[in-house]
Write a protein that binds this ligand. Structure first.
Ligand SMILES: Nc1ncnc2c1ncn2[C@@H]1O[C@H](COP(=O)(O)OP(=O)(O)O)[C@@H](O)[C@H]1O
Ligand SMILES: [Mg+2]
Length: 273
């Protein structure tokens, strides 16, 4: 059985957010970032956040660990007093990572554009990101995250999702905009995927230079067993994930995964990016 946390002690809303996540604590007093159900469109976003956390964990990608959770009645009341009206107690809890530094996107000034023929944006951005992550072994995570985001149909190219942990390693946040643009999980496919570049989360232009680094991530993605995918999907209550969606997601994560690996291995091997 998957552990479902009990969440109480709401303390504060997080700044700079669109889904209004907040900080609260579990029974064992562990600190979490909570994403709760605020309206009908946030259902897809919180389920995505949970799935992204669970799948990232299976392949060893640096994203916060995600749990299914329930808000206590007192917490729901306290939230309501702070003008946060949740629809159900169901929510997703992300381990709170202390001491994160946001890695800002490189701001492309007019002066830089004028000089673009001398030094390309990719070169400048490579230097910018390398300043934050000087250890080359950290960079493998960027390849993993880029593939992960393409595999799981991250719908937006966000520039505020890359962070640096106190130990110098990267952390990617915000899985709430994965699995395409629709408000449900029913039409997920790589068939219409005509993109010829990585729609990676902000900041990574010019970073993915060595195509050999993708190989280990293809293998990791391919190696998540179907039984594990089924148990992750089964752990989500039907209130959050409808049965037709569960079926569609399983097809997407198994049959469509094969298609994704084939298409993107070909693109990368043939320098089509
Ligand atoms: N697990 C976490 N640990 C620490 N801080 C976090 C965590 N998740 C989010 N944050 C902080 O909250 C902000 C908003 O989170 P995000 O997931 O982007 O929410 P939204 O879905 O509303 O965009 C982040 O920019 C970051 O500063
Ligand atoms: Mg965000």
């Amino acid at each position: 059985m998957t552990e479902v946390l009990n969440i109480s002690n709401f303390t504060e809303l997080l700044p700079k957010s669109s889904t209004r996540p907040f900080i609260a604590f579990s029974d064992s007093n562990q600190k979490f970032v909570i994403k709760a159900l605020l309206n009908s469109t946030s259902r897809k976003r919180i389920v995505s956040e949970y799935l992204i956390g669970a799948l990232a964990e299976k392949i060893g990608l640096c994203r916060p660990k995600a749990y299914l959770a329930t808000l206590t009645e007192a917490t729901i009341k306290k939230l309501s007093n702070a003008s946060i009206k949740v629809i159900t107690p169901d929510c997703v809890a992300l381990e709170f990572v202390e001491g994160l530094t946001e890695v800002p996107s490189l701001f492309y000034t007019d002066d830089m554009k004028k000089n673009a023929s001398l030094i390309s944006f990719s070169e400048l951005n490579h230097a910018h990101i390398s300043k934050f992550f000087c250890q080359p072994e950290n960079q493998t995570m960027f390849y993993g995250n880029a593939l992960f985001e393409v595999w799981l149909l991250f719908a937006d190219n966000h520039s505020d999702t890359l962070f640096k942990r106190t130990d110098g390693t990267p952390l990617f946040l915000d899985g709430s905009h994965a699995f395409g643009y629709e408000d449900n999980f029913e039409n997920l496919s790589h068939s219409f995927d005509k993109s010829n570049s990585f729609p990676v989360s902000g900041n990574l232009e010019g970073i993915l230079r060595n195509k050999n680094f993708f190989k280990e991530w293809f293998i990791k993605i391919d190696s998540i067993e179907e039984s594990i995918l089924i148990s992750v999907l089964d752990s989500i209550p039907e209130r959050l994930l409808f049965s037709a969606e569960k079926e569609a997601l399983l097809t997407f994560l198994t049959i469509e995964r094969k298609k994704f690996i084939k298409i993107w291995t070909y693109r990368i091997q043939n320098n089509l990016l």
